[in-house]
Design a protein around this ligand. Structure first.
Ligand SMILES: [Fe+2]
Ligand SMILES: [Fe+2]
Length: 361
């Protein structure tokens, strides 16, 4: 086979990895370059001064197979009786693959975030917000880069979970840039910030710890943007328009909540390589739920939905009395306590989220 034929064959394989579709999102120019939204301007300034280069991380770090990226006793599963009943080698394989599966979701989710941040850049009508969203687009591209490099380093790849793809596609396919912000800066990034925080606290592997440290500094700005931009906008909107956005927020969270009861194909693969029968795993998770192990997290860990997403929606005025009932109907209490949300997006210092001594959660 000639060199040309080789590259054509490989291009065909690569084409199968592309999922392209048309979207109908808002687009706006704005020739008022003087517009100023102070909090958004602050976020843009912080973004400019806190840019970092993925090349500066210690990519030569050797990941010691005898000291894996996640210890057997440090994941969300460690305390569950079903996990303790597994053999040592099953525990190690399950821990390695469930962690790798999550890292692949970080990678694919970051690609989705790159697309949504670019969408907000062209859709949002305010120039300052365009400046900010352009920095977020760069941040997200860097996050794709670091997780891609890390996933390649550990050499265990998993596909995107269908529910995560659906949640991001719904966000990308709306016509309204404000809905893109709700789907990304409030729902998906609330989910991500909680997951990154937990990963940061669970792993002792220095390269992954430094990646997560840097990514979280960026993500705290991204979650703050949803608040800084949308909260004053929602406060001035007609109540019918608020209801429309509130319904959109509920529908997005509902995709996430619905996913919690489904075992994805990727996770079935994790179980298969670990020699765990999916029925036994299901029974083990039910048992753990009955013991409160899914809701009572270890100190320092956060619950993305309860601690970040719902308080962020409440704060922006995006949970109305009508949708509050809808949330309660799907078993999601509307938590109005913003302590953890505030701690993780402290506007004064991007470092504050990682100061474990001062963390009150
Ligand atoms: Fe990101
Ligand atoms: Fe982000």
């Amino acid at each position: 086979m000639s060199a040309l034929e080789t590259s054509t064959a490989s291009d065909e394989v690569k084409e199968n990895l592309v999922d392209a579709y048309k979207t109908v999102t808002d687009m706006s120019w704005n020739f008022d370059y003087d517009g100023n939204i102070p909090k958004v301007h602050d976020l843009y300034t912080r973004a400019k001064t806190n840019q970092w280069n993925a090349d500066d991380l210690e990519w030569d770090t050797v990941i010691d197979p005898s000291n894996p990226i996640m210890g057997r006793d440090s994941t969300q599963y460690s305390e569950m009786p079903f996990f303790k009943r597994l053999s040592q080698s099953q525990q190690e394989t399950f821990t390695a693959h469930s962690t790798a599966q999550m890292l692949s979701q970080f990678l694919h989710g970051e690609q989705g975030a790159t697309l949504t941040a670019a969408t907000i850049t062209h859709g949002v009508p305010d120039m300052q917000a365009k400046y900010y969203a352009a920095t977020q687009t760069m941040d997200e591209a860097r996050h794709v880069e670091v997780y891609d490099r890390y996933v390649n380093k550990i050499a265990i790849h998993y596909p995107i979970n269908p529910w995560l793809k659906k949640l991001i596609d719904v966000t990308l396919q709306t016509e309204d840039y404000r809905k893109v912000m709700i789907g990304m800066n409030m729902i998906v990034e609330g989910l991500a910030l909680g997951a990154f925080n937990n990963m940061y606290r669970q792993t002792d592997e220095p390269l992954l710890k430094s990646i997560t440290f840097n990514v979280m500094r960026d993500e705290s700005r991204h979650v703050s943007f949803g608040h800084a931009y949308l909260t004053p906008l929602v406060a001035k909107m007609h109540k019918d328009d608020v209801e429309d956005l509130a319904q959109y927020a509920f529908d997005g969270v509902n995709i996430l909540v619905g996913s919690q009861t489904e075992t994805t194909e990727g996770f079935l693969k994790v179980l298969e390589v670990s020699g765990i029968d999916p029925k036994d795993f299901g029974a083990g998770m039910k048992e753990a739920a009955e013991m409160g192990l899914l809701t009572d997290l270890p100190p320092g860990q956060v619950h993305s939905l309860k601690d970040l997403m719902i308080p962020a929606l409440v704060r922006a005025g995006l949970i109305t009395p009508r949708t509050k009932e809808l949330f309660e109907g799907i078993g999601v209490p509307v938590n109005e306590d913003m302590t953890i949300l505030h701690a993780m997006e402290d506007a004064k210092s991007d470092q504050s989220i990682l100061n474990e001594e001062s963390a009150s959660y």
